[in-house]
Design a protein around this ligand. Structure first.
Ligand code: GRG
Length: 326
């Protein structure tokens, strides 16, 4: 079934259809429409990051080159897509979502750089290329993370399209909470403490709600707050949706770590089991982990049940997150 809401927005905002008489709806089903939307926004996000990050020629050149190496040219951009989908759901213009979405991608890139370092998860491969510390050394990798984090907050604070100062402050607060000790950094601390110590399912969930889920939730909320006046009911629905899909994302990550190969993932496969880490697969087994991913997907969908076509991008994104193969 074609999706008129998505295609209408695609045509006007992404300029995909140069001929206003041509009706994309006749040719595309929802999944194809979503794929085009996602591919266009992945390119758009690359462009936003490329344009707003300091150039590699800006002094200190090695640090800026390494920041760009860590951020550009890879990644699924799931968090940015979530911000765009949530923003569109709440009536935000694409351009207004650009920098908030990019800020989340910067924090995410920061977390990957630090996560790969020998003192953390110690991985040589990220997004199909050498991890930042393998290419630039530990000291530069450390600084890359620090600088990407600061740049993320700068992206929002300097955003001239966000007119409402209270809303901007709210966005900075959401991002700070999600990335700090009560969010992602805290989740990582729990993860480090748990190496070799089997976690219960509840403990694992607590860790992942913070380590992975908090930033995914922040991405959706930042997208929503990019709208001038997001409706309360939509904010609640997005929050509920993002909590479920954030955890689903991690369950699928655990399944892929067990089932997929290194080349497909672009990062070392099978590491969790080798490192004696509790995962949804080690605790529940593959089949029950897949069942859990499906339940979380259903919970996310239920959060949108009140809404019609305007929530279709979020629905399709939930499908993408749970059906992905890398
Ligand atoms: C960044 C605040 C902050 C602290 C650093 C290192 C660290 C503390 C936290 C690590 C968090 C982390 C790496 C969580 C794993 C999340 C995860 C499943 C990452 C993979 O995300 P994808 O698949 O990656 O979206 P791509 O490459 O597609 O962007």
């Amino acid at each position: 079934m074609p999706n008129k809401t998505i295609t209408a927005n695609l045509m006007t905002e992404l300029n995909l259809n140069q001929n206003p008489n041509q009706n994309l709806d006749q040719h595309l089903d929802q999944k194809e429409t979503f794929n085009i939307w996602a591919a266009s926004l992945q390119v758009r996000m690359e462009d936003v990051l490329n344009t707003h990050m300091p150039t590699a020629e800006t002094i200190p050149t090695r640090l800026h080159e390494a920041m760009r190496y860590s951020t550009l040219g890879g990644g699924k951009r799931v968090r940015a897509l979530l911000a765009y989908a949530a923003g569109e759901f709440c009536g935000a213009k694409l351009a207004t979502i650009d920098l908030p979405a990019a800020s989340v991608e910067l924090i995410h890139a920061f977390s990957l750089v630090h996560d790969d370092m020998p003192c953390m998860d110690d991985d040589d491969l990220r997004r199909g290329k050498p991890s930042t510390h393998k290419k630039y050394g530990d000291a530069v990798a450390l600084l890359v993370g620090d600088a990407l984090q600061s740049l993320a907050f700068q992206f929002i604070s300097q955003d001239k399209l966000l007119k409402n100062a209270t809303q901007k402050l709210q966005m900075l607060h959401i991002l700070a909470l999600a990335s700090g000790s009560r969010g992602m950094a805290g989740g990582q601390a729990i993860d480090l403490d748990s190496i070799g110590i089997p976690l219960t399912r509840e403990e694992l969930e607590h860790m992942h709600i913070h380590k992975t889920g908090a930033l995914i939730r922040a991405a959706a909320l930042l997208g929503a707050y990019s709208a001038e006046s997001p409706a309360e009911d939509k904010l609640k629905a997005i929050d509920h949706f993002a909590k479920s899909i954030g955890l689903a994302f991690q369950v699928v990550d655990d399944i892929l770590d067990a089932e997929a190969d290194t080349q497909t993932l672009g990062k070392t496969a099978g590491k969790d089991a080798r490192n004696n880490k509790s995962t949804y697969v080690t605790i529940l087994g593959l089949s029950a982990a897949k069942q859990l991913a499906a339940e979380l997907h259903a919970n996310a969908m239920a959060a949108l049940s009140y809404y019609g076509r305007e929530a279709d991008l979020l629905r399709q994104l939930a499908n993408f997150i749970t059906q992905r193969s890398f």
